[in-house]
Design a protein. Structure first.
Length: 255
């Protein structure tokens, strides 16, 4: 008996004398999805069919189906510590084949607009400095920048949609960026940054430590530094962000 591996199926060939029987088995993947906020959770939860809840202490996981795959959805809470803890718990409890982090982010480059999507080719901490011998954003002993899984990134960038999707740098830190001075400080250290959030780097860090393929896929909800920035962010949630979160559905369908 021999095994032939394809992208979506596993073919098993049974050789009997000079003939063979070919049987294809669908590969079922466990996909972990982590969001930070209840508003993001509500949008993503609609992806799941046959959804059930499982609790582990204060953590709640939503497990359901999407096609042949199993989706494991969790809300981490805001910030690096909350997201890192939830990611590690998810890995230990469910052993996902890969983890997708999604939700909203601030656009910090003139190329991005509200409702655009940034797929994090690279992810960095914008609020970390470990002294001489380390790069800005680098925790000593770890890469200066974390990288999304190349295959997941390629699939994200290949989606057919009218919404613009960029591959680039996402900057993360425990700070909600609201004014031009804060944005300029980040751009001075990371001029190629496209988006800023509070969880992508910590989730990428935990996935790196556990050798779990990872992708950060963030929807631009606001552009820090502009006049009336807070109202811009609030309007995002009033103007049907479900349209952008529909892209997450497309992505999970091809993973």
């Amino acid at each position: 008996m021999s095994y032939l591996f394809g992208r979506d199926t596993l073919s098993i060939l049974y050789f009997r004398h000079k003939s063979y029987i070919c049987r294809q088995i669908e590969i079922i993947m466990n996909i972990g999805i982590i969001v930070a906020m209840p508003s993001e959770l509500a949008c993503i939860k609609d992806l799941l069919t046959d959804c059930r809840e499982e609790s582990d202490g204060e953590a709640v996981y939503y497990i359901g189906k999407r096609g042949n795959n199993t989706l494991i959805l969790a809300q981490s809470g805001i910030g690096k510590v909350c997201s890192a803890v939830r990611t590690m718990n998810m890995i230990h409890r469910y052993g996902p084949d890969y983890i997708l982090n999604t939700g909203v982010a601030g656009g910090i480059d003139t190329s991005t607009q509200v409702f655009d999507i940034v797929a994090g080719k690279e992810i960095v901490y914008h609020d970390v400095w470990c002294g001489d011998g380390n790069m800005p954003g680098q925790i000593q002993g770890f890469p200066a920048r974390f990288h999304s899984d190349p295959k997941l990134l390629e699939k994200a960038l290949s989606l057919k949609t009218s919404i613009r999707i960029y591959g680039g740098l996402i900057c993360s830190g425990d700070q909600f960026i609201t004014n031009r001075e804060e944005l300029d400080k980040i751009k001075a250290s990371f001029p190629d940054g496209l988006a800023v959030d509070m969880e992508s780097a910590s989730i990428a860090h935990v996935c790196y430590m556990n050798k779990i393929p990872f992708l950060s896929f963030r929807i631009i909800s606001d552009t820090p530094g502009i006049e009336d920035h807070i109202n811009q962010y609030n309007r995002f949630w009033e103007e049907a962000p479900q349209k952008s979160f529909e892209i997450i559905k497309q992505l999970t369908d091809i993973l």
